[in-house]
Design a protein around this ligand. Structure first.
Ligand code: MN3
Length: 238
């Protein structure tokens, strides 16, 4: 079973003493909420169109959160566990229904929150910093070669999933996961694919189909224009 800690109800802004069962349904379901985008839905155009962003964020991401909250509603013991902590503990959950919800909807919430902050309007996106660039050169030879290998990983992902740049014991690595799995899911994703993500690309069709239809390669090429390198640099500096 999960190792539970209950810093829980403080976050929900209830009275100092709040025991499971004393929360209203609304408070319980408010455990995870949709993060606002830090840019306008049309700010990534022409690379990612406003309609795709609006549906992707406002409908798809919101649905993952609603389903995650619903799955957690009956589990007061898990309330307040951070999303980051949940990712690493999924394989220890014995209840298969809850496990699937944490994996698919918890993963969906984590991945999309990460994805939005991995993008920025192209004029604010910055470029790889000195330290990151040095690590990219060591791992992949050059920035261009890294982009090529990353795009290949994103193209080769059959069906729905993600491409990731992770830091594994200080070394950069490109991995790809199916569905909403991510490199924090210990016991779900292979051990050699685990590590803190620096960069992620959503290659589910819902991420690009309205604008690019089946042309995933064009979406990937365009996406490089809105990669928030400032955010990636910061993640790598930690
Ligand atoms: Mn998506």
């Amino acid at each position: 079973m999960l190792d539970i800690h209950r810093r829980t109800f403080i976050k929900l802004g209830t009275a100092a003493v709040a025991l499971p069962g004393t929360l209203s349904a609304a408070e319980k379901t408010a455990q995870f909420t949709l993060p606002d985008l830090t840019y306008a839905a049309d700010a990534l155009e022409p690379h990612i169109d406003a309609r795709t962003m609006g549906i992707h964020h406002g409908k798809h991401h919101a649905a993952y959160i609603a389903k995650l909250n619903e799955a957690l509603q009956a589990r007061a013991d898990l309330a307040g566990t951070s999303l980051d902590a949940l990712q690493g503990k999924i394989s220890a959950v014995s209840d298969e229904t809850l496990k699937a919800a944490l994996r698919n909807n918890g993963g969906g919430h984590w991945n999309h929150s990460f994805f939005w902050s991995t993008m920025a309007p192209s004029q604010e996106a910055g470029k790889p910093g000195e330290k990151l660039l040095a690590a990219i050169n060591t791992a992949f030879g050059s920035l261009d070669e890294f982009k090529k290998l990353f795009a290949e990983a994103a193209m080769k992902r059959f069906g729905s999933g993600w491409a990731w740049l992770i830091s594994q014991n200080g070394k950069l690595k490109i991995v790809s996961t199916a569905n909403q799995d991510n490199p924090l899911m210990s016991g779900i994703v292979a051990a050699n694919e685990l590590g803190p993500p620096l960069l992620a690309l959503d290659v589910w069709e819902h991420a690009y189909y309205l604008h690019y239809q089946n042309r995933r390669a064009d979406y990937i090429t365009a996406w490089w224009n809105v990669v928030n390198w400032n955010a990636v640099n910061k993640r790598f500096a930690v």
